[in-house]
Design a protein around this ligand. Sequence first.
Ligand SMILES: [Zn+2]
Length: 210
Amino acid sequence: MTGPAPTMRRMGITHVVAIVLAWTTAGGQPPAERQAMLQEVDAIWRTHGVSIVALGPDRMVAPPSADVRLTVELARARPAPAPGTRERLGAIVFDHDNVPATTLTINVAAVTALVTRVRPGGRLFDQWPPAWRDTLVGRALGRVMAHEIGHYLLASRAHTSEGLMRAAFDGDELLRPARGGFAVPARDLPRLRTRLAGLGRASSLAENAR
Ligand SMILES: [Zn+2]
C-alpha cells in the first residue's frame, strides 16, 4: 500500500515528504526551536497538499506513505561568503542533468545571525525571552527549509520575484507571524503538481518492487 493514510487524505494531504535531520557539527538544537521549525515547514507545504514528516534517529525508516526522503543538514559552521555576495541561508545541489540531490543544507548560524539583527519592538535579540527566541529562530529556519525543499519538489534552481521561491529573504520577513509571503507562486503550481505526481509514481514502483 502506498499513499497517505485516509485521515491525511481527508485533511487535503496528497503527498508526504519524510525528512531526516542531521547536524554537521556536534551540538543539539533546543527542542522548542526544532518544534517551531518543523511546524513551520509543514504548515507552509500543507497548503500545497504536502506534509513534511520528520524522522527521529530512532525511526530512520521512512513511513510507507512517504513519496520522498530527504536529509536536511543543519550546519552550525559559517563559511565566509565571497566578498560582495550575500551569505547563503540554505543550499541544495543539482547534478549536470539538473536533478536535485536528496540532501539539503540549512545554514543555521547564518539564519540565526540574520534574524538577530532584527529588533521587534526595538528589543535586542539577547533581551528576548528564551522561549520566544527559540520560536522565532525555529520559524525562520522552517521558512528557509521550506524554500530549499521547494527547489527539490519543483526540481528547479529558478527563483521568482515573490513567494516561497524568492532568491533572498530579509530577517523581518523570516520572523513575521503571517506566512502569506511563503506560498509557492501560482505560475509554479502546474510544475509542482506534475513533479509530485511523478514522485508518487516512483515511490509506488519502489514499493511494488520490494
Ligand atoms: Zn533558492
